[in-house]
Design a protein around this ligand. Structure first.
Ligand SMILES: N[C@@H](CCC(=O)N[C@@H](CS)C(=O)NCC(=O)O)C(=O)O
Length: 394
């Protein structure tokens, strides 16, 4: 009998979408359990050091927190057993692999503005669904009054998070314009390929599905909008959650990825979009982090340098974005995903490195390969901590 894993989280959670889709695509049996399960609050939250989802529990009680780490757990387990995954999340060729990591980062961290705006700024259409959906995971047996209080608490925190990600009255029209551009570009791409990099999903798709599933395709307002204006993207979201291969849209049975020297123009256009949409923010965040590291001379390696080890934000930074100024929270976790992209480039063959440089340069993304923090972000005991200062040699 194959092992059945326990996955804790919420239907409405952005980062759950990444893991759920991966597990389904790999045919890995799992039970989805609610964040409101008493076992989660009593055993899992203390063990992982904070209230965060997703968390995967294996049958021997091992806990793995974080979408990327959960995916790596399965990919490494297969490699250790000399097996290959049904649909390996990491492409074997350097260029495709770098592009996949780029979209893991962009999907998980660069699309938070549309995800949060379309969830929290359309109360008339969204609120009754959100209330029901949140309570189904958080406290299904709550009476009406308690449910009201619990939802009020949870939704206030999330509305504050939306602002911290840069959703403001001034930015909203630009967020809408930017998201419409994304839908156009991705729809066009999906007319000739079922997934980002060709015939099967990769880590890039698992990044993109995070904001696209729970928020943008499932919350009532943006769901209708996606069906109306970008049906190809809606079908992609369905495909990403289907354990079986889906050959609609004229796709054939092949599961190959694009070869490194044949990245299609539609993908390059999406990369150019990432450069415009996300590079200014990432640049500002890395710069802020480096100044912060310099100011925190007492920073101890192996800690997050903050009062509470569970804290995820080191400050706020302002930057120019689509002609206005935006202020967003600086979260070291983003640098962890960025490092995964940069490490993959370092590990690529010299020829692949040249091809990656050419592709990233052609699409305005070259700089992303060199944006590094003075200390690497590591994950220890389920938390992000800073590694040693890379400028100090002993
Ligand atoms: N990098 C993390 C991000 C997880 C994350 O931020 N999850 C959100 C839900 S979508 C969360 O648990 N937030 C807890 C809270 O804000 O209370 C991962 O993939 O595990």
């Amino acid at each position: 009998m194959p092992e059945v894993y326990q996955l804790y989280g919420m239907s409405a959670s952005l980062y759950m979408g990444k893991v759920r889709s991966y597990l389904r695509k790999q045919h890995i049996p799992f039970v989805e359990r609610a964040g409101g399960d008493p076992y989660f609050a009593e055993k899992i939250v203390p063990a992982v050091g904070r209230m965060i989802m997703p968390v995967l529990e294996t049958s021997n009680g091992t806990l793995i927190q974080d979408g990327a780490d959960i995916i790596d757990f399965f990919e490494q387990q297969a490699a250790a057993n000399n097996e290959s995954m049904r649909l390996p999340a990491y492409p074997s060729t350097g260029v495709a692999r770098a592009v996949a990591y780029l979209f893991e980062l962009f999907g998980g961290e660069g699309m938070l503005r549309p995800a949060m705006h379309y969830r929290w700024n359309f109360d008339e259409t969204n609120l009754s669904f959100l209330k029901n959906d949140f309570m189904a995971s958080l406290f299904p047996s709550a009476d009406v009054e308690t449910a009201e209080k619990v939802f009020d608490f949870a939704s206030k925190r999330m509305r504050a998070a939306a602002v911290a990600f840069g959703v403001t009255l001034e930015s909203i029209p630009l967020i809408e314009q930017s998201y419409a551009e994304f839908l156009d570009l991705f729809s066009t791409h999906l007319k000739s390929a079922p997934y980002l990099l060709g015939g099967r999903p990769t880590i890039g798709d698992y990044g993109l599905i995070a904001p696209l599933f729970a928020h943008l395709a499932r919350d009532p307002y943006p769901s209708l909008q996606m069906r109306e204006y970008a049906p190809e993207v809606f079908r992609y979201v369905e495909r990403m959650n289907a354990p079986e291969q889906v050959l609609t849209d004229g796709f054939s049975a092949g599961e190959n990825l694009f070869s490194d020297d044949a990245m299609p123009a539609t993908l390059k256009n999406l990369m150019r979009y990432v450069a415009q949409e996300y590079l200014p923010e990432l640049r500002a965040q890395v710069q802020f982090a480096n100044e912060w590291i310099d100011e925190n001379l007492q920073l101890e390696t192996g800690t997050n340098g903050l009062k509470k080890p569970e804290s995820r934000v080191i400050g706020n930074v302002e930057f120019g974005w689509r002609g206005i100024s935006l202020k967003t929270s600086v979260m070291p976790y983003r640098f962890y995903l960025l490092q995964r992209l940069q490490d993959s480039v370092m590990q690529a063959s010299p020829a692949a490195q040249r091809a990656i440089t050419d592709l990233f340069s052609e699409t305005g993304l070259l700089e992303i390969l060199d944006l590094t923090t003075y200390r690497r972000v590591e994950r220890v005991n389920h938390l992000e901590v800073w590694g040693p200062d890379l400028r100090v040699s002993d």
